[in-house]
Design a protein around this ligand. Structure first.
Ligand code: NI
Length: 252
């Protein structure tokens, strides 16, 4: 299985990162995309990936941290992104739910990183919370439409639009929370655009909700997707791994 959104370099894994990684391996997670949120974490995730087979990296500035991006952050990200373990720019986007950076700064840093991803021909991992009406026009305007909308909290109309533009959708543990409404649009997404992810340590799926999330729990997401699509976990595991390899250009 390919967990396409992990934060094992988050401080909550500091004490047991290796054990968590091993548990994921035992649970059948052979691939992970480790997601960064600023320059320091981008360096850390690259180091972690260098030491672990099957771990790949998205480097970038999260909207929460956009306000702290130094003046030369684009040059530094670009240099980092040339590392062979870096397969995406992310996570980038807008978060108008927590608003931890001023909105104009979020928009500028997002737009600049879309440009960077386009220049480097790397897919983007897009974070969008309470801001879909602003994210879509910014992406459209920049004309570079390769990547995944992670934690896809979209309604049907937005999901349609995202798919039409060529993006993938990342499904995570929230699919196990609230019944039918959140899942109703999943069967409408072309199967070759579906990815699964944990976003660990956040968004822990049932039956572990309330605990810290970890990559091994991506199995519960695969089970929920299999349930909605009335197919087997094995098929979803295989499908989403192959989709992830395609998007992030990782050879089998
Ligand atoms: Ni994340």
């Amino acid at each position: 299985m390919f967990d396409t959104h992990t934060h094992l370099c988050h401080r909550s894994f500091r004490a047991d990162r290796e054990q968590t990684f091993e548990r994921a391996r035992e649970a059948g997670v052979n691939l992970m995309l480790e997601i960064s949120w600023d320059l320091r974490s981008s360096e850390e995730t690259v180091r972690f990936a260098e030491e672990h087979e099957g771990v790949w990296v998205a480097a970038g500035y999260h909207p929460h941290d956009a306000k702290d991006a130094p003046g030369n952050y684009l040059q530094r990200l670009e240099a980092l992104a040339k590392h062979p373990k870096v397969k995406a720019i992310g996570e980038i986007g807008l978060d108008y739910y927590r608003d931890l950076s001023p909105r104009d700064v979020q928009k500028r840093v997002f737009a600049e990183q879309i440009e960077l991803a386009g220049e480097l021909k790397l897919p983007m991992v897009i974070h969008c919370r309470n801001a879909m009406d602003e994210v879509l026009p910014i992406v459209e305007e920049h004309g570079y439409w390769r990547g995944v909308f992670h934690s896809a909290a979209a309604d049907k109309e937005q999901a349609d639009k995202i798919v039409q533009m060529g993006f993938y959708l990342g499904i995570n543990g929230t699919i196990t929370y609230n019944g039918k409404r959140a899942k109703s649009w999943i069967p409408l997404i072309p199967r070759e655009r579906l990815l699964i992810e944990t976003d660990c340590p956040y968004l822990t799926p049932v039956p572990h909700r309330g605990e810290r999330n970890e990559p091994g729990y991506v199995r519960y997401v695969a089970e929920a997707v299999a349930d909605v699509l009335e197919t087997s976990v094995e098929e979803i595991a295989e499908l989403t791994e192959s989709n992830g390899r395609n998007l992030f250009d990782i050879e089998a």
